[in-house]
Design a protein around this ligand. Structure first.
Ligand code: SAM
Length: 255
């Protein structure tokens, strides 16, 4: 994530705020997020937010203001002195909610962003072999979008070694970890269902590349997705990590 959003962090005129929303039982992933972001921009400030006050108390050991702060809060993103976050990560938070609540949560988060900022809302499995996320930004004034958030893209990421040794038997296994906006949409007639079918096909078709390694097979799969008309954003630099990003307009829910 620090690489995908590096230009955003570098361009910020003041020390940027990164928010880890719903950081969970332990603040370790929030601390790790700050550490990684600081490799790109040394003055990044982290705000960990939790709806559960006990979890905020339990994070006291990780407080190190002004660089790292933890507070009670949710999608409304309360910030010190009315500041705004440049980047918000909300991972494995909306999965506990109903699909009908997603849009309001997206809008609330996007409305709080600093100019040019991004929300990364996603899901992963317990050991990080499968991860998916939606990149959101604030909708342009006058845009025809329904709310304050504009979905830009969907990224899907696999642990390549697990694909190689068949612990992940097919790329479409990632469907069970789709963000809430899509997890119930992997059914015939929905674009995300077609993505899952296509990526399995391209993976099979790219099998001969496995003799050059799983990375090469994955790169061939991503290239084949693009060649067959899927709007794949980015290129081999991301594919090498087992990550592929699609324009949201082509993969979002049909209604
Ligand atoms: C499954 S944990 C995810 C922890 C961590 N983000 C991760 O990916 O491992 C979900 C966390 O989100 C918190 N949560 C749920 N709704 C929230 C909200 N509206 N605002 C802030 N935190 C929330 C829960 O208290 C819980 O700690």
């Amino acid at each position: 994530m620090e690489y995908a959003f590096a230009p955003l962090l570098r361009q910020a005129s003041s020390p940027p705020w990164v928010v880890d929303l719903g950081y969970g039982a332990s603040p370790v992933t929030a601390v790790e997020l700050a550490r990684r972001m600081r490799t790109v921009r040394h003055d990044v400030r982290l705000l960990g937010l939790e709806i559960d006050p006990q979890r905020v108390k339990d994070a006291a050991w990780a407080q190190d203001p002004p660089g790292r702060q933890f507070a009670v809060g949710g999608f409304e993103i309360p910030m010190p002195r009315g500041e705004r976050p440049l980047l918000v990560r909300a991972f494995n938070v909306l999965r506990q909610y109903d699909e009908s609540q997603v849009r309001a949560a997206w809008d609330q988060m996007a409305a709080r962003l600093a100019p040019g900022g991004a929300v990364v809302e996603g899901t992963c499995d317990e050991i990080g072999r499968l991860a998916t996320w939606v990149h959101l930004r604030a909708a342009d004034p006058g845009s025809t979008e329904r709310g304050a958030a504009q979905a830009i893209s969907l990224s899907l990421a696999w642990h390549l070694q697990s694909l190689a040794d068949q612990r992940i038997t097919a790329p479409s296994m990632i469907a069970e970890r789709l963000p809430k906006a899509l997890i119930h949409r992997n059914v015939p007639g929905e674009p995300i269902h077609r993505v899952m079918q296509a990526i399995d096909q391209m993976w099979e078709r790219s099998a001969p590349m496995a003799s050059y390694g799983v990375q090469q097979r994955f790169i061939a799969t991503a290239q084949a997705m693009r060649d067959t008309g899927w709007p794949v954003l980015g290129g081999p630099k991301r594919w090498r990590n087992g990550e592929i990003t699609f324009a949201w307009s082509a993969v979002g829910p049909s209604r």
